[in-house]
Design a protein around this ligand. Structure first.
Ligand SMILES: [Zn+2]
Length: 417
């Protein structure tokens, strides 16, 4: 009998495959999994340390799953994912969204995944994304922040009636940092609200609104509701004029602390962007406590990274001198005796030379001097210059600090920062 007709047999074969994928996600190695149908097959890819890579392909040429035709395997796999998410197995022509929760007692971990299924020309595309973190974050150092950024964030998140901006391009870890702050603030005395689509994490104590745009329940509508509920802490995206107005209203009138995410490239660029969105410079100067721009860099694999001595010319080019080493708060070492590391590749890191990621941050504190500059609509460059004079590490400084520490490679820092 053809295995294609035997649903039970298909499930027996598919189950370990899906479990294997989930386990990689639970171990924190995969943050996303994509099931992409194409003519004559299904390609499974995962995202690890920010990069997409192939996991396996089910196709006519490469069956992938023994005793099953690729079509049966793909159908069975997507059917099983729908079943786990409680979605309608019969629906294949319109998009479906849901959640999957799986426990991994051996890892002491519960995995929460968001699943989104969309029909494409060649079949259904499935996108799985890990919602995290579900571990308690004890401090910002755990995120890989340098001591200067950690101190500034620690000071800012304990205040009220203002805004902390976390900015950066897509994939720069804005959500991770914002969620770490929410987790630190999460206790029974605080009313914490977050409007976000799609929901990026799930933990108790935080009222998380999953916006439904199809029925008109947008971030703005959610935010207007929040303002009636004495919010202590709000997480919001500052993407348009209305949302930005609501954020500053919450800070000024409701004494809320707002963790605001915005898509700009530097800490000082936030002020001009908000001015363009119609926020008065009086508000940005007075209510923003801290503007943090960030990037994620891949960390070198500790098992295989290779030590090398950079040439004196390279050290000069990078402007690494005693003064720099002191400014980024690293133990003093003569620049001529500097040791750096580069990736090699081993079984642990899957041959990439990298394992995990670290944050690189530019943390701009709005002091009276900076506030004056913002009020007078100073340029991004002028604000950055003043902030550096007041001790801010630029993204480049913070990135180079990670390089000197041996946490990442010079190449990686140059590409991402
Ligand atoms: Zn390695």
């Amino acid at each position: 009998m053809d295995a294609e007709d035997n649903g039970r047999e298909a499930n027996v074969t598919i189950e370990p495959l899906i479990d294997g994928i989930f386990e990689q996600v639970a171990r924190g190695r995969f943050s996303e999994v994509h099931f992409d149908p194409f003519e004559g097959g299904l390609r499974i890819r995962y995202r690890r340390d920010g990069e997409l890579a192939d996991y396996m392909t089910l196709s006519e040429n490469d069956a992938g799953v023994p005793n099953l035709s690729f079509k049966a395997a793909a159908a069975s796999m997507i059917g099983r994912l729908k079943e786990l998410a409680g979605l309608d197995p019969e629906v294949a022509r319109i998009p479906q969204d849901g959640f999957i929760t799986r426990s991994f007692p051996q890892l002491d971990k519960t995995l929460h995944l968001r699943i989104s299924i969309s029909p494409t020309q060649w079949g259904e595309k499935v996108y799985l994304r890990a919602l995290g973190p579900d571990i308690a974050i004890v401090g910002f150092e755990r995120l890989g922040l340098d001591p200067i950024a950690s101190r500034r964030l620690n000071e800012a998140y304990q205040k009220k009636g203002g805004v902390i901006i976390i900015s950066g391009p897509t994939g720069s870890g804005k959500t991770t940092t914002s969620n770490a702050i929410l987790q630190l603030l999460n206790n029974s005395e605080r009313n914490i609200l977050a409007a976000e689509w799609p929901v990026e994490f799930a933990f108790s104590g935080i009222n998380h609104v999953d916006c439904k745009f199809d029925i008109g329940y947008s971030d703005e509508v959610a935010m207007r509701e929040f303002l009636k509920q004495k919010p202590d802490v709000i997480k919001a995206k500052l993407e348009n004029r209305e949302m930005s107005e609501l954020v500053f209203l919450a800070a000024a009138r409701k004494n809320s602390l707002v963790i605001g995410n915005i898509h700009v490239n530097s800490a000082a660029a936030v002020f001009a962007r908000l001015a363009n969105l119609g926020v008065p410079s009086f508000d940005t100067a007075n209510y923003i406590f801290l503007s943090q721009a960030q990037r994620l860099v891949r960390k070198l694999c500790d098992k295989c990274k290779e030590e090398y001595s950079p040439s004196p010319a390279l050290v000069r080019y990078l402007k690494i001198d005693e003064q720099f080493i002191g400014r980024v708060e690293l133990p003093q070492v003569a620049p001529s005796e500097l040791t750096l590391f580069r990736p090699k590749g081993c079984d642990t890191c899957g041959g990439t030379g990298y394992y995990g990621r670290a944050l690189v941050c530019e943390s701009l504190k709005v002091t009276p001097t900076i506030g004056e500059l913002i009020l007078h609509r100073a340029t991004e460059a002028a604000i950055t210059k003043a902030a550096i004079e007041e001790g801010m590490l630029t993204l480049r400084d913070a990135g180079l600090r990670q390089v000197i520490l041996g946490n990442t490679s010079l190449e990686e820092m140059m590409i991402r920062v």
